[in-house]
Write a new protein. Structure first.
Length: 446
């Protein structure tokens, strides 16, 4: 066999090795969800790839058979084509005949063949496969499937042996695991970095996926901001509430917010006012007024749980109570939507709750009800002590102070000094935050 014939056979073997490596890695790397999308748009090869991924013994078997055959033939033809010629070249250079020359020529021949096959038959095809695995897999899978059919009995036997060994060692033999929330997070993050997903879309998807992790207390209107009407309120009081608190619905109480009776639509009250009818509420006529029972939810559930309760009850408003039956807040569908929209709408609120001081360097005036996650982002903090127990800056500082806050109380955390500027009852209303060069966790309570 001439050198030309041998080199031609080696080129064919390299091409076959490249095909098998390309097919193997592209099929193994192809994402199931993307294959389903390609199948839905009419890509016929996607069904073949999905079949091979569900039955890996067959395609892995034919690939390994092919790679082993290629490796053996490459060794035979490579040694024939190069070993003798390298040995002859060494003899022409004056190297004496013997085991040294034979060993060196064989080593160089095998090394050259291995390097060529590694570069052109393995590394390059696999790099190409990683670049677009689904498209390549759809193109090559039908060919691989056709090659597989004549070897079905042998592949079936080896497949059963592999399954038996894996079962003996209790190794999972199922296909790809279901896509988890973390997988979706990673894909959305990658899409955002690549520019395929808009910034607002990115945050929206993340917020939807995190609803099952957000405590319902993080989305509710706190107790002190709930606007209610008592059954014993006089008409002037109710008119004042309607004028000063433009709400769509009002909680109706029987003494205080911890004794809710239901809720009433503002439109019903306004209709009475327009027709000059009395706005006084009476316990025995509340239903005639259109009052509806209000949903009660525990403060230990998540926002997603609250959304499920809304759907099951056919309501979009609920009072949140703690384990002692004390009302801690009010949740509406608007609050849930705000939690879903997240940063898209929170950036406006953040501008109002965290104000950069223009007359002082590295100083901010912060509303006590500002979300603690905004403050963490502002100062680059990853975690806070006992942060599962609070949602606001007020709660964070009370946790550090370990007492009811008073004006001028101060505390330092991670080189940021917080000074209580004003209080509202037992709640911190405004805080001054200043970055200082102090030791971490140093605390100074006035």
């Amino acid at each position: 066999m001439t050198l030309t014939d041998t080199l031609f056979i080696l080129v064919l073997l390299i091409m076959l090795n490249a095909f098998l490596a390309l097919a193997e890695l592209s099929i193994a790397s192809a994402k199931r969800i993307k294959l389903m999308q390609l199948r839905d748009v009419g890509e016929t090869g996607a069904d073949v790839v999905l079949y091979l991924k569900d039955n890996p013994n067959g395609f892995l078997g034919i690939v390994q058979i092919g790679l082993n055959v290629v490796g053996i033939l490459a060794g035979v033809f490579g040694e024939t084509a190069l070993n003798g010629r390298i040995s002859t070249a060494f003899a022409a250079w004056g190297m004496a005949d013997g085991w040294v020359r034979d060993s060196l020529s064989l080593t160089l021949a095998v090394g050259a063949i291995t390097a060529i096959f590694l570069l052109f038959g393995d590394l390059l095809p696999k790099r190409i496969a990683i670049h677009a695995p689904e498209r390549i897999a759809c193109a090559l899978a039908p060919v691989l499937r056709a090659w597989q059919k004549p070897f079905t009995p042998i592949l079936w036997l080896f497949g059963k042996l592999v399954d038996a060994i894996l079962t003996f060692f209790n190794i999972r033999t199922h296909g790809e695991a279901a896509i988890t929330t973390d997988d979706v997070y990673a894909m959305v993050e990658a899409g955002a970095e690549a520019g395929a997903v808009d910034r607002d879309e990115h945050h929206l998807i993340q917020n939807v996926l995190s609803l099952n992790e957000k405590a319902i207390t993080s989305a509710m209107t706190p107790r002190q901001n709930i606007v209610s009407i008592d059954v014993d309120d006089d008409e002037e009081t109710i008119k004042t509430v309607l004028a000063e608190e433009p709400k769509a619905r009002f909680v109706v109480t029987g003494g205080d917010i911890d004794h809710p009776i239901g809720y009433i639509d503002a439109s019903d009250l306004l209709a009475k006012a327009i027709h000059n009818q009395s706005l006084r509420l009476h316990r025995d006529t509340l239903k005639a007024w259109g009052m509806k029972p209000i949903l009660m939810l525990p403060d230990s559930i998540t926002v997603l749980d609250g959304l499920d309760q809304f759907r099951n009850a056919g309501e979009d408003i609920a009072l949140i109570a703690n384990e002692y039956g004390v009302i801690v807040g009010l949740l509406t569908m608007n609050d849930v939507m705000a939690a879903i929209m997240g940063r898209i709408v929170e950036e406006v609120a953040r501008e109002k709750s965290i104000v950069k001081m223009t007359d002082r360097e590295n100083a901010w005036l912060i509303d006590g009800m500002a979300d603690i996650s905004d403050v963490k982002e502002l100062f680059g903090w990853h975690s806070l002590p006992m942060e599962e127990n609070y949602q606001t800056v007020s709660g964070f500082l009370m946790s550090l102070l370990k007492k009811w806050p008073r004006k001028a109380d101060s505390v330092v955390w991670q080189q940021v000094k917080f000074v209580v500027v004003d209080t509202e009852g037992s709640r911190i209303d405004q805080v001054m935050a200043t970055i200082e060069k102090l030791q971490n966790n140093q605390k100074n309570i006035a």
